[in-house]
Design a protein around this ligand. Structure first.
Ligand code: MN
Length: 423
């Protein structure tokens, strides 16, 4: 793919260490005081207004439907398919190259084509028909199994045979920057017969990567492993906020419910699978062998460095965790194949989250539940504060990027602040 060439330079200034060099070109939805909502592409500290680029005739060779970029969500664009979205990205790459003048000349004359991101509000990029949360990190599943159940049988017998998942709640997925109120709910205190109703005392984050689908399939038509990635347009960072005390009381026997559905945060830019192609890597070896419908060839994991930071109300910022998406045991193709093997259909804009991504070492765990052993071993922050779980006023910031040959493909921030419980 030409757009991934590490040698490319843009006429738009891109600061060193920006998540958005010309090799990335992720899609999002933005508004300004005067325009939008519409589709934008991130380049450096700017947003390229695609509705304007289209209006100027610079995308005419692609034969796109009219007003495809004057939409409040990316669904209509994604519905054109991963291949077509890739062609749009390739053409934008061409228009932004340092040796290319067509778009650059127009930008000099009109200021509504290329906007500083500081003048834009980034919105939820997709309308999400369905949200599924997997449980694909062996380290996370082992850690949680040890804490919630029994360290000797941490991993349940099914875990290495299928990507465990559950259906989450799409209505409460919000874009980065949206504050989250601490939920209230039923909590069971150890030495009492009766549960109590109170604000959660075990407010947690979950560091996840989520993929978005760009196809509608028919009910009764499973997606095969060979074609699975053709249906996946890109990734976002995802914080699956979790109230552990509510979760611990409610989850038997049907799994997560109110401990999870009060809010989940996604990053605003959809980084395409195409942009991440150079960062493919082997995943952990799968033993015992998976059933034939889940067996795959090639590199299906992605080497994406991830981190979680906490900014307290006092202004202290601490790194809580550093990990990598390459540790995920189950890859995205296997997740989608397993999801549809019974005939379940997928829709454009569906969100499929990985499950918490934990690595092998304690500093690489993707939730406070694991980092603090269910709140029993508080983390000491560099400025002197301590955390078992999150406090009101805490802001959790997730970041991720892949880096190679001097090219950094990043996601931007996925952040949210915890507000006090309502009422
Ligand atoms: Mn989760």
């Amino acid at each position: 793919m030409t757009a991934n060439d590490p040698g490319l330079k843009s006429w738009v200034e891109v600061p060193k260490d920006s998540d958005f060099p010309i090799q990335n070109l992720p899609f999002g939805i933005f508004t300004t005081a005067r325009t939008g909502p519409g589709v934008g592409v991130a380049i450096g500290n700017h947003v390229l207004n695609l509705a304007m680029v289209h209006e100027l005739g610079l995308l005419d060779g692609l034969r796109l439907p009219g007003r495809i970029f004057s939409q409040p969500h990316l669904n209509a664009l994604f519905e054109l398919g991963r291949k077509k979205v890739g062609e749009v990205r390739e053409r934008i790459s061409e228009l932004l190259r340092s040796d290319h003048h067509e778009l650059r000349d127009q930008v000099k004359a009109r200021e509504d084509i290329l906007l500083p991101v500081s003048r834009c509000t980034l919105l939820l990029p997709v309308q999400i028909p369905n949200y599924t949360d997997f449980y694909s990190s062996e380290e996370h599943a082992t850690n949680v199994g040890s804490l919630f159940r029994d360290p000797k049988n941490a991993l349940l017998p099914n875990w290495k045979h299928l990507p465990v998942g559950y259906h989450g709640r799409a209505s409460s997925v919000v874009v980065s920057g949206t504050p989250i109120h601490r939920p209230r709910g039923q909590v069971k205190v150890a030495d009492s017969e009766m549960p109590v109703f109170c604000p959660s005392r075990k407010m947690d984050f979950e560091l996840e990567l989520a993929f978005i689908t760009s196809s509608n399939t028919n009910l009764g038509s499973p997606v095969s492993l060979r074609e699975a990635e053709d249906h996946i347009v890109g990734f976002v960072l995802f914080n699956d906020w979790s109230a552990r005390d509510i979760q611990q009381w409610e989850y038997v026997p049907l799994g997560p419910f109110l401990g999870k559905n009060f809010g989940s945060t996604m990053s605003p830019w959809v980084v395409t699978l195409d942009a991440l192609e150079p960062f493919r890597t082997e995943g952990p070896s799968q033993v015992p062998h998976v059933l034939p419908y889940l067996s795959f060839e090639g590199k299906r994991n992605f080497d994406i460095q991830l981190e979680v930071l906490l900014a307290s109300e006092k202004g202290e910022v601490a790194t809580l965790s550093r990990t990598n998406a390459k540790y995920l045991y189950w890859n995205i193709a296997q997740q989608l194949v397993h999801h549809t093997v019974n005939g379940c259909n997928i829709q454009v804009g569906d969100l499929y989250a990985s499950g918490t991504i934990s690595g092998p070492s304690p500093g690489s765990y993707g939730s406070l539940l694991e980092l603090t052993f269910d709140g029993k071993k508080a983390l000491h922050l560099p400025g002197g504060e301590e955390r078992g779980f999150l406090q009101d006023g805490d802001t959790v910031i997730m970041r991720g990027h892949a880096e190679r040959d001097g090219v950094r493909i990043g996601f931007g921030d996925c952040l949210g602040k915890i507000l006090p419980a309502i009422g």
